[in-house]
Ligand binder design. Structure first.
Ligand code: SAH
Ligand code: SF4
Length: 439
């Protein structure tokens, strides 16, 4: 999501303020830091980065330094107090106002702060996203109204808001015209999408859910593959489960964060579902898509997490057969209910549990890769292989990087970028697969 926001920041500054990206901080007139505050470590990095930029400002007082994103949203004025050389503070919902804010800094030479959650759709003010390659992110909803007890997101990004159905459809259509073949629909809880549908007169006439949006996108001939992230188990509706039986372009890979395999911890986290409910949804999905692989976020060492709670998480990982995870040690975030709980799991134990969890998932991922040997996979070609300039590199539906050569050495490799090629997998390496073109 932050990568997406950073790209939109670059787009808006290029189109509306006439700025260009340069290669090094030393060459820049404006330095912007997009920030994350979901965990403590990410937040700490902000001030160390600002410290590194400070000498540049001392050398060039005209340099504008800005901080955006969730740390800006959370800290606001406190950033200026701790780092007075910061000129611009903007939140995730005000990045479209950046050209105006920058204009104010230039003309008035004083710090400008706007971390509000304006009711207006920021997307109406952002230029069309630039296209880089065959894959594009499309933000369809933002914010979160779930308030899990450990999480700052609802406070830093605001409540859930969805873009109207027509806006999303026309953005995807325009991307497809410009060479995009795979879209990745983005949202903090992307399956909580409820986009306004308007009638021919432009009057609101109902709401579309994610399943309906997927059907519309699947009807676009040029879009061969659809992903979405991040989804919430509670919002995994029957219509979305059914979509796996109806929409072949929808990948057989789903990021469905569960956080913990213990009912007690899930309740403390206020996730809104039990382990059994999660497992039942996975089973229903696999009824539609027997080859579905899943990934999840996990929090290890939540307050009160016992050996038995952690063992339950390990059991769930084995039961579901997770292929991948974003797993982290719990860190208390200011202003959240969990920050009031006693953070009682010793750090050494948290670290040991995290290592154990990641080892199991890596082992499962390796087994999934090995089982792919001999299978023919549709690979969306992304570019020339990083290690061998005579090979192409692309991704399978389940997110594996595959490197392969083309038969007939004279072929122009770059012609294949952005197309789907059938590849028989021949070898599974720790971070990628090798394969050959299937005639
Ligand atoms: N909306 C998504 C995730 C958004 S935040 C969901 O609910 O699944 C991304 C991830 O950061 C979370 O899934 C969680 O695993 C992690 N996270 C959030 N707050 C955290 C905290 N206080 N400590 C450690 N990890 C945290
Ligand atoms: Fe945070 Fe929970 Fe919302 Fe995910 S669902 S963003 S973890 S509050």
């Amino acid at each position: 999501m932050n990568e997406y926001d950073s790209n939109r920041l670059a787009d808006v500054l290029r189109v509306s303020a006439g700025l260009e990206l340069v290669d090094t901080p030393e060459e820049a007139d404006v330095l912007l830091l997009n920030t994350c505050s979901v965990r403590e470590k990410a937040q700490e990095k902000v001030f160390s980065q600002l410290g590194m930029w400070r000498p540049l400002k001392e050398r060039n007082p005209a340099l504008v330094i800005g901080v955006g994103g969730c740390v800006a949203s959370q800290e606001g004025e406190a950033i200026r107090q701790r780092a007075p050389y910061v000129d611009l503070i903007f939140g995730p919902q005000t990045l479209h106002r950046l050209p105006q804010m920058l204009g104010e800094v230039w003309s008035r030479r004083q710090t400008v702060i706007d971390i509000s959650f304006p009711a207006v759709e920021k997307f109406d003010y952002l230029p069309e996203p630039s296209v880089k390659g065959a894959t594009a992110y499309v933000s369809i909803m933002e914010g979160c109204s779930k308030y899990c007890t450990y999480c700052v997101v609802p406070y830093t990004r605001g409540e859930e808001v969805s873009r109207p159905l027509d806006d999303v459809i026309s953005e995807v259509f325009s991307l497809a015209q410009r060479g995009v073949r795979e879209v990745n629909l983005l949202g903090q809880n992307v399956n909580a999408y409820r986009g306004v549908v308007v009638d021919a007169q432009g009057v609101a006439a109902g709401e579309a859910d994610l399943a309906l949006l997927l059907h519309h996108i699947a009807a676009m001939e040029k879009i061969g593959r659809i992903r979405y992230t991040t989804s919430h188990p509670v919002e995994l509706s029957d219509s979305l489960i059914a979509a796996y039986g109806e929409i072949p372009q929808l990948v057989s890979f789903l990021h469905l964060p569960v956080q913990s395999g213990s009912d007690r911890i899930l309740a403390q986290m206020k996730r809104g579902h039990t382990v059994a409910e999660y497992v039942a949804k996975v089973a229903a999905l696999r009824q539609q898509r027997p080859d579905l692989t899943l990934s999840s976020d996990f929090i290890v060492g939540f307050p009160g997490e016992s050996d038995a709670d952690f063992a339950a998480t390990m059991d769930l990982i084995a039961t579901v057969g997770f292929d991948h995870s974003y797993s982290f040690i719990y860190s208390p975030r200011p202003g959240t209910p969990a920050a009031e709980m006693v953070d009682d799991v010793p750090m050494d134990l948290k670290k040991a549990r995290l290592a154990q969890l990641q080892a199991l998932i890596n082992q499962q991922a390796a087994a999934i890769s090995t089982a792919m040997i001999g299978r023919v996979e549709a690979v969306l070609v992304e570019g020339i292989s990083r290690k061998r300039s005579d090979q192409l590199s692309g991704r399978t539906a389940n997110n594996r990087v595959v490197n392969f050569s083309l038969p007939g050495a004279a072929a122009d490799l770059s012609d294949y970028i952005g197309s789907f090629v059938n590849i028989r997998i021949t070898e599974a390496l720790p971070n990628s697969l090798r394969g050959e073109v299937q005639p």
